[in-house]
Design a protein around this ligand. Structure first.
Ligand SMILES: Cc1ncc(COP(=O)(O)O)c(C=O)c1O
Length: 365
């Protein structure tokens, strides 16, 4: 695994490189009579199963070790940042690498909305290099859009809302041709697909990979995400994060999720979701008003209806209690709805609601 060869020093904001990270007495002494952190040793006012009165581990090494073993590819704990969801990593990357009002990032619409939100919060300009109508990246267009102020390129694979995995060759081509830009591959849905860009880390210190326990692991409530990357980039993420970002309950649940039995259950849940995805996709294909069902490498389907997608989406939510996501305002997604694959009962309810909603909405027009 690469040591990063200075990519962080080349790209990060000077104030971040100079930062002295927050230190606490617990960094040096974690056992004994702990009277260093102004906690309340009398404990919480609730009956709790867990020790709640102590600040949690700021480093999460056991969790990083388990995650490294799970993902393989020579990944070590120093290649992993643990965040409050992958959204925390996205936000920190903007804060570390982009000077507000000056630097830029490239995104490839249609894509995940948080890149735009974090860019706006940090006063960073977005340069859009659209996906093709079939949702592939155009490597030469991305490379042509790079200027000295472009610090990061966000590539979502499998994409949201596209559901499509980007070919590893395309991701590697971008990493190779843009050695002085950080390539962030967002793999929130990776466990539903075939390939991960983690294998690129060894050769390309400018690649970071984001993953999460919110999707295939089914643990969105605990807010736990990961950034894999070169140790110098990961060190900066650790320097900038809040000292105790991962809470005790999250870390315990995340460790449990990576145990052997849990990973078996994970695989069987994924198989279940994928089988249901095929059922829903086939049912959608049968509906005469569904114009296109996009192929999916994720736990959701993007599909296009003949007309009135927004009204159909609203009718399903307001009158059938089925909440999907209208995506018709996104590039190349006119009249599109995105639906997550739920339990078999959820999916049946969705398919019934969709037919009813389409019929009523289009009759009214
Ligand atoms: C592509 C993508 N990246 C990141 C996230 C955020 O995940 P987390 O729950 O880990 O913050 C999402 C959530 O929907 C997503 O779709």
């Amino acid at each position: 695994m690469s040591n990063g060869s200075g990519i962080a020093a080349k790209l990060a904001r000077p104030n971040i490189l100079e930062l002295q990270p927050y230190r606490c007495a617990r960094d040096d002494y974690s056992e004994g009579i702990l009277l260093d952190a102004n906690e309340n040793a009398w404990g919480p006012p609730i009956d709790a199963q867990e020790i709640l009165e102590r600040y949690p581990d700021p480093y999460q090494i056991p969790l990083k070790e388990k995650m490294a073993a799970f993902r393989g590819e020579g990944v070590k704990p120093e290649n992993i940042f643990v965040g409050v969801g992958s959204d925390e990593a996205i936000d920190l990357l903007f804060r570390i690498f982009c000077v507000p009002g000056k630097d830029k990032v490239i995104t490839t619409p249609p894509t995940y909305g948080m890149y735009k939100v974090c860019a706006k919060v940090n006063d960073v300009e977005i340069v859009n290099v659209p996906l093709t109508p079939d949702f592939d990246i155009v490597v030469p267009d991305i490379i042509a859009a790079i200027t000295p102020s472009v610090k990061m390129i966000f590539l979502c694979s499998p994409g949201n809302p596209t559901a499509k995995s980007l070919p590893l060759e395309d991701l590697e081509a971008v990493a190779q041709q843009a050695p002085n830009v950080l390539i962030i591959v967002d793999e929130a849905y990776v466990d539903f697909s075939q390939s991960s860009a983690i294998c690129l880390l060894r050769k390309h210190p400018n690649v970071c990979v984001l993953q999460t326990l919110s999707k295939a692991f089914g643990m969105a409530a605990i807010r736990c995400g990961f950034c894999f990357g070169a140790p110098d980039v990961i060190q900066l993420l650790n320097n900038v994060k809040a000292p105790y970002n991962i809470n005790q309950l999250t870390s315990k649940a995340a460790l449990q999720a990576l145990e052997e039995d849990s990973l078996k259950k994970l695989q069987s849940n994924i198989r279940g979701v994928l089988a249901e995805r095929a059922v829903v996709a086939a049912a959608l294909e049968q509906l005469e008003f569904v114009v296109k069902v996009y192929p999916s490498d994720a736990n959701f389907l993007l599909f296009r209806v003949q007309q009135s997608a927004k009204a159909v989406y609203q009718y399903m939510a307001d009158h059938c209690g089925v909440v999907s996501r209208y995506r018709g305002t996104e590039l190349h997604c006119e009249e599109c709805i995105r639906v997550t694959i739920g339990t078999p009962d959820d999916n049946k309810a969705f398919l019934d609601a969709l037919q009813k909603a389409y019929q009523i909405v289009t009759q009214q027009q």
